[in-house]
Design a protein around this ligand. Structure first.
Ligand code: NAP
Ligand code: CA
Ligand code: CA
Length: 258
């Protein structure tokens, strides 16, 4: 595992040379609707990683946002899941607050995880059984955060207004960065109490499993059950001290759905 971590960290470092010219010549197009953006940066990063895997680890498979994933199934021994740019709208509109999410599963077990906050130059990683790190420095388990003292993060566009108001009234405050990986990092670092995404895809949350496991956080669906890494779906990553309270609010009065 150490060898694999070393080569992935080297690959990530290489992004520092690759990304600036791609951004300088950024081309944006839309996918399902005018808010669903993709750029040459997303596509090139994922292509580069897929080529790297094919060359160095030909028995490994990649599940990625910008590719056809029809051959991915539960029984793959070596699986990587990548969101080449998480927060593409932020990249296009602000050139800030986006990240690269990458996670490695061995027979379905989260084994290595990376969230690269490229604009800030911080590589977060988690290694199974060894903990989590920010640019090589160990991350500590976040201190216990009660909901009334916690900042919470969610997309208010997709949650009914009564539930949004209850969350605001019960927490200390609200912030949304707009990149699932970076909103999750705030929870991982103990800055936010919880981040909720009601409909993420596997690549939005792939790395969070192992950070949560290594740092004593809760990562579940919105009824408190485990999430399947190939199916994803409703998701919360939370400080253990406010997890249940956030779920109770989301599920009260007929639920959070609009
Ligand atoms: P955004 O800036 O496009 O995205 C914010 C974060 O959510 C990013 O991590 C993004 O990943 C991810 N995301 C993008 N589309 C999503 C979707 N349909 N469902 C769940 N996560 C998604 O967000 P926005 O401009 O506020 O919204 C864009 C669209 O996504 C809207 O239709 C919004 O309702 C929906 N959305 C839903 C949720 C949710 O909790 N259900 C959360 C965020 C956004 P990429 O940058 O890799 O695409
Ligand atoms: Ca994403
Ligand atoms: Ca993406």
């Amino acid at each position: 595992m150490q060898y694999l971590d070393d080569v992935i960290c080297a690959w990530m470092t290489n992004l520092d040379n690759m990304i600036p010219p791609l951004i300088a010549d950024m081309k944006t197009s839309t996918k399902k609707n005018r808010f669903d953006l993709v750029t040459n940066v997303d596509k090139q990063i994922q292509n580069q990683f897929e080529n790297f895997l094919n060359e160095h680890f030909p028995t490994h498979y990649l599940l990625g946002e910008e590719k056809n994933n029809q051959f991915i199934h539960e029984d793959i021994e070596h699986l990587w899941i990548m969101d080449p740019i998480d927060g593409t709208a932020n990249l296009v509109k602000q050139q800030e607050d986006y990240c690269i999410i990458l996670a490695y599963f061995v027979n379905g077990e989260p084994s290595l995880s990376y969230i690269y906050d490229y604009p800030r130059g911080v590589l977060y990683k988690a290694i199974k059984g060894q903990g989590a790190f920010a640019n090589g420095q160990p991350l500590l388990e976040p201190k216990s955060l009660a909901l009334q003292d916690a900042i919470v993060s969610f997309n208010p566009q997709v949650i009914n207004i009564e539930t949004v108001q209850m969350l605001l009234a019960s927490s200390f405050s609200y912030r949304l960065i707009g990149a699932c990986g970076l909103d999750s990092i705030r929870v991982i670092k103990g800055q936010f109490g919880a981040h909720v995404n009601t409909n993420p895809k596997p690549w939005d949350i792939a790395a969070q499993f192992l950070f949560a496991e290594e740092l004593g956080l809760k990562m579940t669906n919105l009824t408190g059950q485990p999430i399947n890494h190939l199916q994803a779906g409703p998701f919360i990553i939370s400080n253990p001290s406010c997890h249940q309270e956030v779920l109770d609010i989301l599920n009260s009065h007929g639920g959070y759905q609009k």
